[in-house]
Design a protein around this ligand. Structure first.
Ligand code: MUC
Ligand code: MG
Length: 367
């Protein structure tokens, strides 16, 4: 069970339909495939999606920190020493997405070694999650068309709507059009990616007060400490901390500071080891949780569903598991299937998914 090598392989797959949001956009999935090899001949896999506009990481930076710092620090450790592995990774500050991919590839390798699914090692609460689809910026009619297509084709009935534009009525018009177009039994929530000030966000939320929103996420920056606290007090929906809460300590700060009242867990930034800590913390604090999407490919999405299915709290709300549908292709041998608005875990060992060597050869950027 000893780690013998770690590979960090850059690949690029274009999006059919780019995603636009207040803090940036994604047109090409320029991700890093991480492979952890062991002395038993096992290979664990995970995917790192660098998000410079959220965490400051880049594709080249993820590869550099893995090759130069993380691989030398953990080669020779056992797959069972995950706390030791995390302690060694944490000698380097930041780099959440790079650390998480290494951590999840270690868990996948452990599952494959033990011939057990990772989701069962984590908790084994369920074998599937309801799916929430994230809608990027567009005109109201186009966003309603997109939501109807995703509902009709995949049975998805929960939508996260990107907001945070100026003027804010560009967004409130979209949310109103979605509610009117899709009816009252669709779940809707909004994510501002820090695009608004607290006062604009309050105005927008008041204008949408009749639209039955489930949550509001990161409407204004975490640095607006008093503004965020004031905003939460203005509104009657839970406020999700997403990019303001990268570590468990950030979650504590945001929740106890009154700046948020719910938490997004993203395996892409807290892996499995630290997502467990965030989950347990949220459970202990008594706040709701949503499994979020870091604009993941199918491998990253499988990590999210494997974790989200493992616990009762994370299955209570639909998880953001569908943006891979907008990619032109992917690396897996068997594409993920969303059926009746749900995504199931794969039954095999580890994450239960395999990389198609032909697809990797086609999309890798280092060969
Ligand atoms: C989200 O929930 O914010 C967009 C930026 C990011 O960091 O993640 C995505 C989705
Ligand atoms: Mg978000």
């Amino acid at each position: 069970m000893k780690i013998t090598a770690i590979e960090a392989i850059p690949f690029a797959i274009p999006y059919r339909k780019p995603l636009y949001f207040a803090s940036g956009s994604v047109e090409v999935a320029e991700h890093v495939l991480v492979r952890v090899h062991t002395d038993d001949g096992i290979v664990g896999i995970a995917e790192a999606p660098p998000r410079p506009f959220t965490y400051g990481e880049t594709q080249a930076g993820v590869i550099a920190v893995i090759d130069q710092f993380f691989a030398p620090a953990i080669i020779g450790t056992s797959l069972l020493e995950r706390e030791l592995i995390m302690a060694r990774l944490n000698r380097t500050v930041g780099n959440p997405v790079a650390k998480s991919a290494v951590d999840m590839a270690v868990w996948d390798a452990l599952g494959r070694t033990l011939d057990l699914p990772v989701t069962e090692l984590l908790g084994g609460y369920s074998d599937r999650m309801r799916v929430s689809h994230m809608l990027g910026f567009d005109e109201p009619a186009a966003m309603v068309d997109e939501a109807e297509r995703i509902r009709d084709q995949y049975g998805v009935r929960t939508f996260k709507v990107k907001v945070g534009r100026t003027p804010y009525r560009l967004d409130t018009a979209v949310v109103r059009a979605l509610r009117e177009g899709l009816g009252d039994d669709i779940e809707l929530y909004v994510d501002g990616n820090r695009g608004w000030s607290a006062s604009i966000a309050a105005r927008a939320m008041h204008e949408m007060a009749d639209l039955g929103l489930l949550f509001a996420e990161e409407l204004c920056p975490a640095d607006d400490v008093l503004g965020r606290r004031w905003l939460v007090g203005q509104c009657d929906v839970p406020f999700i901390a997403d990019e303001s809460a990268v570590t468990p300590a950030d979650v504590t700060r945001e929740i106890l500071g009154g700046a948020a009242t719910a938490v997004s867990i993203k395996t892409a930034r807290t892996g499995f080891t630290y997502s467990q800590r965030v989950h347990h913390l949220a459970e202990g604090l008594g706040v709701e949780v949503v499994m979020g999407n870091q604009i993941d490919g199918q491998l990253g999405t499988m990590c999210t569903v494997a974790f989200g299915s493992a616990f009762r709290l994370t299955t209570q709300r639909a998880g953001e598991l569908s943006n891979f549908l907008d990619m032109s292709d992917d690396l897996l041998t068997e594409p993920l299937q969303i059926v009746d608005g749900t995504l199931a875990v794969r039954p095999g060992a580890g994450l239960g998914v395999e990389i198609d060597p032909g697809k990797l050869a086609r999309y890798r950027q280092d060969a």
